[in-house]
Design a binder for this molecule. Structure first.
Ligand SMILES: NC(=O)c1ccc[n+]([C@@H]2O[C@H](COP(=O)([O-])OP(=O)(O)OC[C@H]3O[C@@H](n4cnc5c(N)ncnc54)[C@H](O)[C@@H]3O)[C@@H](O)[C@H]2O)c1
Length: 252
């Protein structure tokens, strides 16, 4: 199936590793021009080299999505080199703060909201104007089952990932007349590099809650993200795609 996105400019945040890297590789295989953006420079450099090996045009930026000046500088360089961003995958996030609400540290709450929600807002807002002018855009944001349903010990992460769902639905409403779609992915457990850092007994418990008795592979999640980024998903907007392996379903 031709996804109709050859030569589109695709910016993937948090793509210096993990799921973002796989999404970038898959969009590269569809012929997109790729922008790797991550706060970790070594991750950016590594993935840029990897994508160059696919003979695809690629540029990388060390960019912290909580800093509007860094976002603006990055977008100015992309536009000067190619053209405005067509596809934005909001994948960057911090996922390392777990504590029951009484013990949640206020500074970590603020950090999680700043990166996962406000950072996503900043970069979405910055890309929206050019998408509107060119009357085409695709925005896909990584949410989570913790955002859609709540997550024990995850007040800040959950609130930030609920927030992006509301943000995407709103952008879908405001962007529709300009052919901009905006959707969220509700992820469950995804076997990225951080997965083995979760305690083994906890991983086993989580896996048992999926209907497949295993975590999602990053490539399985990326397949659906790439579809939502494509011309083929032109009538899909303002929605959440549940890629949880059934973890959100009720069972006795
Ligand atoms: N792994 C899972 O089980 C899972 C489940 C549901 C949802 N998700 C979501 O999927 C996405 C990717 O997760 P992952 O497992 O690959 O995690 P990850 O930690 O490997 O990737 C996140 C990336 O975001 C980058 N990042 C963090 N703060 C940033 C900032 N301020 N500016 C720019 N980049 C920043 C990190 O450097 C990292 O490369 C996240 O949005 C996460 O919330 C993951």
């Amino acid at each position: 199936m031709d996804l109709g996105i050859k030569d589109k400019v695709a910016l993937i945040t948090g793509s210096g590793g993990g799921l973002g890297r796989i999404v970038a590789l898959q969009l590269a295989q569809e012929g997109c021009k790729i922008v790797i953006a991550d706060v970790r420079k070594e991750g950016v450099d590594k993935v840029v080299e990897e994508i160059k090996g696919l003979n695809v045009e690629v540029i990388g930026f060390q960019c912290d999505i909580t800093k509007t000046d860094q976002i603006e500088a990055m977008l100015a360089e992309i536009t000067a080199k190619w053209k405005a961003v067509d596809i934005l995958v909001n994948n960057a996030a911090v996922l390392d703060n777990m504590a029951p609400i009484e013990k949640m540290k206020d500074n970590l709450w603020l950090r999680d909201i700043a990166v996962n929600l406000t950072g996503t807002y900043y970069i979405t807002k910055a890309c929206f104007t050019a998408m509107k002018a060119q009357k085409w855009g695709r925005i896909v944001t990584m949410s989570s089952v913790a955002g859609a349903l709540g997550g024990f010990g995850q007040a800040s992460y959950s609130a930030s990932k609920s927030g992006v769902i509301g943000l995407m639905r709103t952008v879908a409403l405001e962007g529709g007349r300009y052919n901009i779609t905006a959707n969220s992915i509700v992820g469950g457990i995804i076997a990225t590099e951080i997965y083995p850092t979760i305690r083994e007994d906890m991983r086993e418990r989580l896996e048992k809650r999926t209907v497949f008795l295993r975590p999602g592979k990053p490539a399985e999640i990326a397949d659906s993200i790439v579809f939502l980024c494509s011309e083929r998903a032109s009538y899909v907007t303002g929605t959440e795609m549940y890629l949880t392996g059934g973890i959100h379903l009720f069972t006795f």
